[in-house]
Unconditional design. Structure first.
Lengths: 342, 342
């Protein structure tokens, strides 16, 4: 079994451990931040962590109503701009806590008066020494180059933080058991993967809270399977990318019941007209019936809590597809675990 | 000649006309906005306009030091969140002014207390009736489905707006003549295109102010040539995407002299080790010498003013590649000019 597969299966335990270890600290942090007048949240990350941040952006805006910006690190590192950050909360997200540009943004933001938080898996990393508060993912060392348990751990931290910054009751305690259920899908995913053994290109689609998941699955497919995976919002898809579908690229879609259903249905109908192949990760019967193939998720999962349990079959898909293709998911060509961009 | 090629050649005239027609209005708008306490700028757009907004995001942050967020329209349209937008400036960007979700975000932002601006080519569009102020691109009707002159017109508006919101002296009056020079590259681009006649995939790279251009060229290649074009920042490239380069995808790079040079050089060196094909649009000799092919831009163009003149050879590349491939750039399959997402 690859390290990647092993780490995928650890996720329910990691998530539960993180909830227990961090809950009280985050409650206090929430009280403190609510006493301040936070008017802007800036998230800064790269790679898989940036995909978790893309999820966090939607979640924080939807629950706290505070506008969120995904930072462009080069504004700080290359252009040396000193942004006006009074009343800003700046959150760095990095598995290793050693991303040089992420840490530079955190340092400069703190100097500019922002409150800074680091979400990381490494308690002794450089990031933890910079930020005002660290939110730790208790995943144990992540050995696979392809991030899985730290990605969902980062997403969980965004749920926990949103719950203390907003008046929304977020039942994130349900997530670990939804994830345990998701892991039961392994044999189903294994069967489906066989069909995609020779896939070289695909398109991954998601919207709203599942948009970050589309980026994350695409990145996993590029890293571990060398599949060229385009990623789009189902909304942007009609602005150009649809043209390439006629080249018979399969479309993989995160499509829970709920607010994003209508646009996913519209896209699936269009894909049927174009006779394109579609694979949905869904708990909605209408979506399933319109898809060429589907992975059936539990109907108990509300769209609001879907992103973490829904990424798990996608992680399994990437890890098992790598195996089917005769590749080693743990040692992608050309990549290293820590990337120090500046 | 395709409509697309014709509209590409109109750009120096369109840009000059837009400067003359809008300059005085924008000066007054700047005075007004500087008297208010703008603490956040939100840009909202889709498709090519979103690529112009991605450029605008860097430009506005670098010059005004006001944090900028690229809006996620579904936060407003699907999740019905009421963001806290006092002291926010919200700018919608749409060629047609008829993007339903863009207009919904503008309406809701205005209701929430934000000052709203619309950047559009259509003076009688729905957008102009919603916003507090319209910045018009004087491009004449854009007939080609692939946006070119409205894309650069939108970018120009961001320069004009930045110049009145910041203390930076921006010499945007130079841009139309730089663009006229860029158009002289047509025969050079025509020769280079021959080599890419059978290209089916590629990667487009840009960073900082030219990051939006990477997205824009990729979109043009998808829309008009059915080339599957990945787009990345040269910084993100080392976080995974590098793995797919080993499949011998050519890399097209926006690489002006200046602050982004070092990271582009690092990437070009790595591409040489991997024996990957690279095509640079550059005015830097070292970059040119490290690239398999290059399109030589004027050395007079500073990185800060490079994005508009540098996109022109890229637009020519897409339009001429479509011709070489025997495709009609003006009528991409499956696409329509106005996309009304909700």
């Amino acid at each position: 079994m690859s390290l990647m597969l092993q780490e995928i299966t650890e996720q329910p335990v990691v998530l539960e451990r993180t909830i227990q270890a961090e809950k009280e600290k985050i409650r206090k942090l929430g009280n403190y931040l609510r006493s301040k007048d936070i008017r802007l949240i800036i998230l800064v990350a790269r790679g898989s962590s940036d995909n978790a941040a893309l999820f966090g952006r939607y979640l924080l805006e939807i629950t706290t109503f505070i506008p969120v910006s995904l930072s462009a690190p080069s504004v700080f590192t290359l252009y040396n701009a000193s942004l006006k950050l009074d009343n800003a909360l700046v959150i760095g997200v990095s598995q290793s806590g050693e991303g040089t540009d992420i840490n530079t943004v955190l340092e400069k933001s703190k100097a500019a008066g922002a409150f800074t938080i680091g979400i990381t898996n490494e308690p002794d990393s450089s990031m933890t020494k910079i930020v005002d508060e660290t939110l730790l993912i208790h995943a144990g060392r992540e050995k696979s180059v392809a991030a899985t348990k730290t990605y969902t751990g980062q997403m969980l931290q965004f749920y926990m933080l949103s719950s203390v910054l907003s008046d929304v009751k977020i039942e994130y305690e349900q997530i670990p058991s939804f994830c345990a259920e998701s892991l039961q899908l392994r044999s189903t995913v294994e069967e489906i993967v066989a069909r995609y053994a020779f896939m070289e290109n695909c398109v991954v689609v998601g919207r709203g809270l599942n948009y970050g998941n589309a980026y994350e699955l695409a990145l996993k497919l590029m890293e571990t399977c060398y599949v060229v995976a385009e990623r789009f919002s189902s909304a942007d898809f009609f602005h150009g990318p649809l043209a390439i579908i006629e080249r018979r690229f399969p479309v993989i879609m995160f499509a829970p019941s709920g607010v994003t259903k209508k646009s996913n249905i519209d896209l699936l109908r269009r894909l049927r007209e174009l006779k394109a192949d579609s694979l949905s990760i869904t708990n909605d019967e209408e979506i399933a019936s319109l898809s060429s193939r589907y992975i059936a998720m539990s109907k108990e999962i509300d769209e609001f809590l879907s992103p973490i349990p829904f990424i798990i079959p996608a992680q399994l898909f990437a890890a098992l597809l790598a195996e089917t293709k005769g590749l080693n998911a743990d040692s992608p060509r050309s990549l290293s675990k820590i990337t120090k961009t500046l």
